[in-house]
Design a protein around this ligand. Structure first.
Ligand code: NAP
Ligand code: ZN
Length: 352
């Protein structure tokens, strides 16, 4: 075991502060990574503040962070895919049971024994729970380490590991989006990646936003249209016209409104995860044979596919790079939708 510098929160109301955490020495199958950048996902904030208490209560102290990029510093003797110096990524998963039907179907995120990057029981017993990427290093089974395309900006790659795959996967699963009318609800960390992917998949893309001042950015990011969701007239003009809508909102809102935007056989997929349940009108679904789905990140194979797609299409996240010392301020700004469009922590700041 060795000690690594990190930032952790001691309770749901405590700020994140500097600390040291134990990391295991790499086993035969492990890759040790010096973390260079870590994105700030809204899920980090939900978890730090224990907003998902009813589903997955937070164990404190928590070290969040599951949008990790870094450089391999050491590998175990049985590791075949990586060597020191490689640029790699780690997302929301660091282990699974490898044998269940979900693992066999390459959807390890649904493995009943999936180990998430933070706040999951630590199978290695290094600590009570896993500790995430707000840290100078991490040690991960090589099967959960991803290759980062060499042509991409690393600070902007970090958010691909969660925001990227979470928006890429449901769009891919829905089918060929070429020429389809696709909506992305809200322009946050996930939303702005959803816009980039939908555009790259050839869709006609519209963004629903509560922030009229994001209009120019939405168009620049690839949207063909911007609909201010609080403007009843604009909403009415698009009612019943969408094939697919991805809802990335982090707060309570009326999903029936977006079901009403779908055409016959349209699908609304939820990826945003507010703490309170939604009320869904049966009529909003049965008139038009519409469907409502959910999606959670993506499996390892698909995450690698997404990274390679980003390499080929030169897609990264639009990031504001911050030192770790500004993480609490960043969380406050995230609650006010004040980020364009993802914070990426420069982990060199942790060395200071
Ligand atoms: P984010 O960057 O904070 O973006 C959330 C956006 O929601 C804001 O930019 C804002 O967009 C909109 N919004 C905020 N408050 C709102 C309100 N009261 N009503 C309507 N819209 C509101 O968050 P994120 O990192 O993209 O994460 C979004 C959600 O996805 C979170 O709940 C997160 O936990 C979840 N998530 C799920 C998965 C998964 O696998 N399913 C993975 C990662 C994250 P506008 O200003 O444009 O309206
Ligand atoms: Zn995330």
């Amino acid at each position: 075991m060795y000690q690594a510098k990190a930032y952790s929160a001691a309770s749901a109301t405590a700020p994140l502060t500097a600390t040291t955490i134990p990391r295991r020495e790499p086993t035969a199958r492990d890759v040790q990574i010096e973390i260079l950048f870590c994105g700030i996902c809204h899920s980090d904030l939900h978890a730090v503040r224990d907003e998902w208490n009813s589903v997955m209560p937070t164990v404190y102290p928590i070290v969040p962070g599951h949008e990790i990029v870094g450089r391999v510093t050491q590998v175990g003797k049985d590791v075949t895919g990586f060597k020191p110096g490689n640029m790699v990524g780690v997302g929301c998963l660091v282990d699974s049971d490898h044998g269940c039907p979900s693992c066999q179907a390459n959807v390890e995120q649904f493995c009943p024994d999936a180990t998430f990057t933070y706040n999951s029981p630590d199978q290695h017993g290094t600590a009570p729970v896993t500790y995430g990427g707000y840290s100078e290093s991490i040690v991960v089974d090589e099967n959960f380490v991803l290759r980062v395309p060499a042509n991409l900006n690393l600070a902007g790659v970090a958010p691909l590991l969660c925001a990227g795959i979470t928006t890429y996967s449901p769009m891919r699963r829905w089918g060929n989006l070429q020429g389809k009318k696709v909506g992305v609800v809200c322009l946050g960390g996930l939303g702005h990646m959803g816009v980039k992917f939908a555009r790259a998949f050839g869709a006609k893309v519209a963004v629903f936003t509560t922030s009229p001042n994001k209009r120019e950015d939405a168009l620049r990011l690839g949207a063909h249209e911007v609909i201010v969701s609080t403007d009843a007239e604009q909403m009415q003009a698009h009612a019943g016209s969408f094939d697919f809508i991805l809802d990335t909102v982090a707060a309570e809102h009326d999903v029936n409104v977006y079901l009403g935007m779908l055409g016959v056989d349209g699908n609304l997929t939820l990826v945003g995860a507010p703490e309170k349940p939604y009320a869904v009108s049966a009529f909003a679904l049965i008139f038009g044979r519409k469907s409502l789905s959910g999606s959670m990140i993506g499996g390892l194979q698909e995450t690698q596919e997404m990274l390679d797609f980003c390499g080929a299409h030169n897609i990264t996240s639009d990031v504001e790079i911050i030192p770790i010392q500004k993480v609490n301020e960043a969380y406050e700004r995230l609650t006010k939708s004040d980020v364009k469009y993802r914070f990426s922590i420069d982990m060199a700041s942790l060395k200071g």
